[in-house]
Design a protein around this ligand. Structure first.
Ligand code: AMP
Length: 625
């Protein structure tokens, strides 16, 4: 077996790390850098470039240079079409409407999985060159708000790259692990992640090795690039004032300005002023023009003050969603290269009243956490159990539109639960399994993750077939649901991937809605249970009458049949008090029938008054409409 690495597959940059001699180590790329730009490009002859070589030629080959592919993972083209204006390559719909990157040099589109796999493959190759052995397994990180489709897409990317993905873990969880925060008991951690193009804030609870993401917020279009652009704008403006030339019209000049601006920004993280010197930036009437300007940290902070304002909103949102005060945060972790800016550190300190943890390199902290997780799985790192939890409850729709929960919210994963269901009508040939996620008792109010049919149920009276439904969530949070008819062994299953999943806003919304509607939901649930109970009683009494034959006199039979009818009528009209009274009346009648049958000392008939196998049946599935 080869080595297992930890990979931070980022929007702008990716990093690979490994456990060596019990310590996490970041592996440098073949080009000698500790981070690898998440960029893939194709030359006109089809040759593939990945990482810094791809990034370097992006200006001269914009159509064939794919970057920020992580934004499109697990999305349809429809969902992300508004992003087209922000990127230089063309998005196209692939299989099932999936968002893909069109590559003119290859005359075909590549899925986000394929592009990510190319980045992962480079990291794998570089790690193999460094370690001198095969790397065939990985732990890969994803943002906490990634839904199931995005996680599955990430896992697929790993598999395409020839890596067995042992675990997909949340980026803030990985960062917390890198700081050894798993050893803490009951702490609340704020992870502040400002990278090249995205900003994420997460609040996590940690205790006894379990990390739970309490809230997450962010701005998917705020990062270091925006700070660079502010400097570019300023340089262009100053140059125009000075020389009367608009550099924005010169594509090559803009690229040089961008690179110089990023360098200037980075220098200003450690110095109070920097010089931007770009000789021969452009030419006017064949006369070369040079740019030479000095930028102070104070000026830079002034230029970027609106960006700092934008940072505040998601921060407060995450705190509010976690239902806490900023002062209650125990630890603050900084992730992403842009948190090196002194103004960012100052702001976080002000907002949390805490000195942020900065001892681990912010570009590398997520990959290091992933490597530690790889070490835990490989047995190299002991005494840590890292567990994730389900963000919302999961279950199926049962008769009467009721959501029957199999796995509760906040259950530690991996987990597996089974329950037995049955049919609602006689000779029902198939059932539909509607897999739901949410907190509301009415099936309709929850999110349907997928549906499938289990056909081939042999003819049998209602409530006799036993259908075992199993929910199995693996360590990556990927859900597999199966249904098996116990008599024949017929089985059907689905793996939940795809479009209908939840993002972090939806999770929050659904939890809030459940809280707000608690009283109404309770009434609905009680009514639904009453209707179910009534259906069962009507059915059982009918069956008893049939089975009893001659043993029941005609008057009793007539009376009971009328009472069954009234109960069924009450159920359709749906008034709770009416159903309840019709139920009680029929229940009484049914008891006296049972008594009569016992009195006739016919034990076998009396037994028929009891439902068969009811103790194992939890609920019924509707017949197909
Ligand atoms: P990441 O996505 O975490 O790799 O972060 C990349 C971003 O961090 C880029 O915008 C970099 O320019 C920025 N960055 C890296 N180092 C520094 C630094 N010392 N000061 C300011 N920004 C930095």
């Amino acid at each position: 077996m080869g080595k297992t690495v930890g990979i931070d597959l980022g929007t702008t940059n990716s990093v690979v790390a490994v456990m060596e001699g019990g310590e996490p180590v970041v592996i440098s790329t073949a080009e000698g850098s500790r981070t690898c730009p998440s960029v893939v490009a194709f030359k006109q002859n089809g040759e593939r470039l990945v990482g810094v070589t791809a990034k370097r030629q992006s200006v001269v080959n914009p159509d064939n240079t794919i970057y920020s592919i992580k934004r499109f993972m697990g999305h349809t083209l429809n969902e992300v079409s508004s992003e087209q204006g922000r990127i230089s390559y063309k998005l196209k719909a692939g299989k099932n409407g999936q968002a893909c990157a069109f590559v003119p040099a290859l005359d075909k589109e590549l899925s986000p999985e394929e592009v990510s796999a190319m980045i992962l493959q480079k990291l794998k190759n570089d790690a193999e060159a460094y370690l001198g052995e095969t790397v065939d397994q990985a732990v890969i990180t994803v943002p906490a708000y990634f839904n199931d489709a995005q996680r599955t897409a990430t896992k697929n990317a790993g598999e395409i790259a020839g890596l067995k993905v042992l675990r997909i873990i949340n980026e803030p969880t990985a960062a917390s692990l890198a700081y050894g925060l798993d050893k803490k008991s009951n702490e609340t951690i704020l992870v502040f992640d400002l990278g090249g193009g995205t900003f994420d804030v997460s609040v996590l609870d940690v205790g006894e090795g379990v990390f739970e993401v309490r809230s997450t917020s962010g701005d998917s279009h705020l990062g270091g690039d925006d700070f660079d652009n502010k400097i570019v704008d300023w340089l262009v403006q100053e140059f125009k004032k000075d020389q009367g030339v608009d550099l924005l019209k010169d594509r090559a000049a803009v690229q040089r300005l961008r690179e110089a601006s990023e360098r200037a920004k980075i220098e200003l993280s450690s110095q109070m002023s920097t010089q931007v010197n770009l000789p021969y930036i452009t030419a006017v009437d064949n006369e070369p023009k040079h740019l030479d300007l000095s930028l102070t940290r104070a000026k830079f902070e002034e230029l970027t003050s609106d960006l700092m304002e934008r940072v505040k909103k998601p921060f407060f949102q995450a705190i509010e969603d976690a239902k806490m005060q900023a002062g209650e945060i125990d630890e603050v972790i900084m992730v992403g290269g842009s948190t090196r800016m002194p103004q960012v550190q100052e702001l976080v300190k002000q907002l949390t009243n805490k000195e942020p943890n900065r001892s681990v390199n912010p570009d590398e902290v997520v990959a290091i956490g992933a490597a530690i997780q790889a070490g835990i799985l490989g047995g190299e790192v002991k005494n840590i159990v890292l567990l994730d939890v389900t963000p919302l409850s999961l279950g199926v729709e049962t008769q009467g539109g009721i959501f029957d929960k199999l796995i509760d919210r906040n259950t530690t994963i991996p987990t597996k639960k089974s329950r037995i269901y049955t049919t609602a009508s006689d000779n029902q040939p198939e059932v539909e399994i509607n897999v739901l996620q949410g907190e509301r008792p009415k099936a309709h109010d929850n999110k349907s993750l997928g549906r499938f049919h289990l056909a081939g149920i042999p003819p049998a009276p209602a409530r006799v077939p036993q259908i075992e439904v199993t929910f199995d969530i693996d360590a990556n949070g990927i859900l597999n649901v199966s249904a098996q008819e116990k008599g024949t062994g017929t089985k059907q299953s689905i793996t939940i991937t795809g479009s209908g999943n939840l993002n972090r806003d939806e999770i929050e919304r659904m939890v809030k809605e459940a809280e707000m509607n608690a009283e109404l939901d309770k009434q609905f649930q009680e009514l639904a249970e009453l209707k179910n109970k009534s259906d069962q009683l009507a059915y059982q009494t009918e069956k008893t009458l049939k089975d009893a034959g001659e043993k029941i006199d005609e008057a009793t039979r007539q009376d009971a049949t009328e009472k069954i009818e009234s109960l069924r009528k009450a159920v359709t009209t749906g008034e709770a008090s009416e159903i309840q009274s019709a139920f009680s009346i029929l229940e009484q009648a049914s008891h006296s029938i049972a008594e009569k049958l016992y009195a006739a000392n016919d034990a076998e008939s009396a037994k028929a008054a009891q439902p068969e196998g009811e103790e194992v049946i939890d609920a019924e599935f509707n017949e197909e409409k």
